[in-house]
Design a binder for this molecule. Structure first.
Ligand code: PAF
Length: 280
């Protein structure tokens, strides 16, 4: 497994490797959700590359960039064990050198939910993903459904800018009690960890109401809110949104045959948890 730190070397290497090339972009602190992406990329590709880059531009000024979990040596070990050929792990100044001044501004798909709660977040995500795609020119890139809005934003980036990458989305990996795996789960105290699966229970309650025939988004939302409302440690529900799974625009009535996502973000202690399910 080769570890590469510069954009120029990564770009040069990626031009010579055997195709198809699969890319798994990450911010490190790898968990089983990432490993599922890595294994699928390994199975699909002649050459499998992962990136580890905690992207400063997708964190707001009061967010956790400085304390975001980092476990570089462990990540390398996991990637090697799971068959990665290349790891791109640039320092920040390699991705954003002095004078860097070009950004990609995503449109309406990035405006609600995480886009409202974290201004500038998706601008940072799409800019770095566009850079990673341009440097590595992968045939396929792998992302987790856990970050459902991110997936929609990246698909739109890829389509609108004709980046030509096959974007592969893998299901959310969960703990046995339903909590979606996330690097930020490491921040949860034992009490918060016990409360955290309520987010998935709320999503399941909403999905259940829909399965029983309810199509009104407000009533479906209420079913989720009832579950979250019972949890004293959840001190804020940022949103329970019911949106078209591709455009991320809110839906009032769930259309027959449409792909709709129910997404939740809550604050639990100092941790912000997000999760979603897609109804189809
Ligand atoms: O999902 C992530 O880990 C990040 O947002 C990504 C896609 C690697 C961009 O920094």
């Amino acid at each position: 497994m080769k570890i590469v730190e510069t954009c120029a070397e990564m770009a040069a290497l990626c031009r010579t490797v055997q195709r198809p090339l699969g890319l798994v972009p990450t911010m490190g602190a790898l968990h089983d959700g990432h490993i599922a992406l890595v294994r699928r990329a390994r199975a699909d590709s002649e050459t499998m590359a992962a990136s580890i880059f905690v992207n400063p531009s997708q964190f707001g000024p009061n967010e956790d960039f400085a304390t975001y979990p980092r476990s570089f040596e462990r990540d390398l070990h996991l990637l090697e064990e799971n068959g990665a050929d290349l790891v791109f792990a640039p320092p920040p100044e390699e991705v954003y050198p002095d004078g860097f001044d070009t950004w990609i501004e995503p449109g309406s798909v990035a405006q609600g939910m995480e886009g409202s709660a974290r201004p500038g977040h998706f601008r940072g995500v799409v800019t770095v993903v566009a850079k990673l795609f341009t440097i590595t020119r992968p045939d396929r890139a792998y992302f987790g459904q856990k970050d459902g809005q991110q997936v929609a934003v990246i698909r739109k980036l890829n389509d609108d800018l004709n980046l030509g990458v096959d974007v592969v989305v893998m299901p959310t990996i969960r703990e046995p009690d339903g909590l979606a795996l996330s690097s930020r789960n490491a921040y949860l105290t034992p009490d918060e960890r016990e409360t955290a699966p309520a987010v998935y229970r709320a999503l399941c309650a909403a999905e259940d109401v829909w399965r029983r025939g309810e199509r009104d988004a407000d009533r479906i939302r209420r079913a989720a809110n009832n579950i979250l409302g019972r949890e004293a440690l959840i001190h804020a529900v940022d949103y329970i949104s019911i949106v078209d799974a591709d455009t991320m625009q809110p839906v009032g009535t769930i259309p027959v045959g449409g792909r709709v996502m129910i997404a939740i973000a809550v604050r639990l202690g100092s941790v912000r948890l997000i999760d979603n399910v897609v109804l189809s």
